[in-house]
Design a protein around this ligand. Structure first.
Ligand code: PEP
Length: 246
């Protein structure tokens, strides 16, 4: 269960949040935090309990004259173990392309970070019934040169129209796309779709978490707004853990 804090929280509020959840010991659920970059150095100093953390982005190069960027090597040196890649806000606001993401995935693996590759269609793409095509392209364009994939990779399906809007994909819509992602991955590489964790993201809250996470094709969640409040995030973690237990 991954909490994407985006560009929110200051050191005090971030520490209060993680420490409020540090006693949580979900049996089947790995909790991950994705703070904004300047907080990464603090995360290893705070009591996260069993949770782990990562960055919201990395650059494809390990070091050098790339003002404003952060390297996978640095994230790893600060104790991070994961990185989000290709979040829709990165793609739409900062022009990130699937080709760049391919290089970023390689950089993540080089420095022992597990990438969580985010994919998903816009409202216009869904309304014109192009969502499968868009998702297939996003997958092929960011993964095809990396085959065979032998390093850890997590996918996150995030319909752009559901992010921060309060609109969630219906269970049927989410499951249908998760199954489609598995089939594309299986075509790319035998068994890849079956062995890859696929998270759902888009206005997840304690009210809709149960129906989403009880689906066997939805392996977890990428949570924005609701991960900023300890009580909400705690409830979502518990719900997910119960779903995996059941
Ligand atoms: C996200 O930022 O990835 C996200 C899914 O946000 P929210 O849960 O607020 O829709």
């Amino acid at each position: 269960m991954a909490g994407n804090w985006k560009m929110n929280l200051l050191p005090n509020s971030a520490q209060t949040l993680v420490e409020a959840l540090s006693n949580e010991k979900p049996q089947h659920t790995q909790v991950l935090y994705f703070p904004s970059a300047p907080l990464l150095g603090c995360m290893a100093q705070w009591n996260l309990g069993k949770a782990q953390f990562g960055s919201q982005n990395i650059y494809s190069q390990s070091s050098g004259a790339f003002t404003g960027e952060i390297s996978a090597e640095l994230v790893h040196a600060l104790g991070g173990q994961f990185t989000l890649l290709g979040h829709s806000e990165r793609r739409t606001l900062f022009g990130e392309t699937s080709a760049q993401l391919q290089d970023k995935i390689v950089a993540a693996w080089k420095h022992q970070l597990t990438p969580i590759l985010c994919i998903g269609e816009t409202l216009e793409e869904r309304e014109s019934a192009r969502h499968f095509e868009v998702i297939q392209h996003q997958l092929l364009d960011s993964l095809k040169k990396l085959l065979p994939i032998t390093s850890p990779l997590i996918l996150a399906y995030e319909p752009v129209w559901a992010i921060g809007t309060g609109k969630t994909a219906s269970v049927d819509q989410a499951v249908e796309v998760h199954q489609f992602i598995r089939s594309v991955l299986n075509e790319l590489q035998l068994g890849l779709g079956d062995s890859t964790s696929i998270l759902y993201g888009g206005s997840v809250n304690a009210g809709n978490a149960g129906e989403l996470f009880s689906q066997s094709d939805i392996d977890g969640g990428l949570v924005g707004g609701a991960s900023l409040k300890s009580e909400d995030f705690r409830s979502i973690i518990h719900i997910q853990d119960q779903c995996l237990h059941g």
